[in-house]
Design a protein. Structure first.
Length: 126
């Protein structure tokens, strides 16, 4: 039996947007809400170049990555053809207007994936 962690109310997630759930030492989880008030949860990292999916545009049951406009399915985390690759999805549920994520997945899923590093390449000196 899963233990569920309360994240927020559905109406606290912008319609056609997302809310980030921080995780200690790991890439955050993005919780999305579409126009039909369906809720989905994915790792906040595009499978292409690591773009923050939480900053993308939600349409239907997909999100467009803000970096290169890849379309990622909210229901499975996979890129739509012709693009390829998937980002981990997280189990979520809505009860009485409250959004819950699986606590075990939050604590242990996709911990080995590094957050993208933004900005110019750092110079090193010898």
């Amino acid at each position: 039996m899963s233990e569920w962690k309360k994240i927020c109310r559905v109406d606290e997630i912008p319609s056609l947007g997302a809310r980030r759930v921080a995780r200690d030492g790991a890439v955050a989880v993005a919780v999305f809400r579409n126009a039909d008030d369906q809720v989905f949860a994915l790792l906040d990292r595009c499978p292409h170049k690591g773009g923050p999916l939480s900053q993308g545009i939600v349409f239907g049951t997909s999100v467009a990555c803000p970096l290169h406009n890849w379309t990622i399915g909210l229901d499975d985390g996979c890129a739509k053809a012709p693009d390829e690759g998937c980002t981990p999805k997280f189990a979520c549920k809505v009860e009485s207007g409250e959004v819950f994520l699986d606590a075990a997945e939050l604590a242990g899923k996709a911990l080995d994936l590094a957050a993208p590093v933004a900005g110019p390449k750092l110079k090193t000196t010898a």
